[in-house]
Design a protein around this ligand. Sequence first.
Ligand code: HPA
Length: 277
Amino acid sequence: MNSNAVFASAARIAAQVEKFGCRSAAILGSGWGAAASDAVPQFSIEYSDISEMGSPSVDGHAGRITVGLLDGSHILLFVGRRHLYEGVPQDAVAFPVAVCAELGVRSLLITNASGGIRADLQPGCLMAVTDHINLIQPPLLAGPHDPRWGARFPDMSKVYDAELLHLLHTAADAENIPLADGIYMAVPGPVFETPAEVNAFRAMGADVVGMSTAPEATLAHAAGIRVAAVSCITNAAACASGAIDHKEVLQRAADARPAMRQLLSAFWRGLVAAETT
Ligand code: HPA
């Protein structure tokens, strides 16, 4: 990653949005963009107008930064993400986190779609990420040390913040939305897994598998930002039950959208309340 270029570009965006005073941000992955629609847009810029980002090439990923207003609080939203499997430089994956760091954002929520490995994690379920196993290489932090990302050897013993996890569950309970906990296996993609890989991941302790989140979560945690992540299980990870198709992934995410939307809005309301008490 070219940290200087990423931070220089992030500072330009931060200058445009700092007046909103966002303390909270979200990176919304596959199918999650519309789930933040309770937050009314106050500002918008397309990724294609930001040289580090460019346009997402994946269906289900919009590609814009917005600032949404929800109950009097502003939330910085990255609607759609870039993945290394698109062939983009690491800078595009790091950029949203750099904007958060520049702005002094306190809490970052990351959402994604994943394939269920654990038997109870069926398509349509939502899962709060409690930890991850990151197979997406090379690490974004490889290269010269830049203290804006924290320590040279960042501690990763608690990437996902306990208070944010608690707020996610409080929100889910209040909205009557089942929310599981589990471990996210991050793979490089873009291929889905073989059944042998899924068996191996299960043995390694993974509950779901997806192609994102861990790089951004790692970076944000290293930079001192509190991180939470929620996954929508859109399919069973490769197994005897049949082939996986990206259209099915998007359809399942669309089916789960009302629950995602309720969960996000209740979470943000709870977060604001927790921060003001
Ligand atoms: N594997 C990897 N990534 C995914 C999957 C999957 O089964 N479903 C949605 N994203």
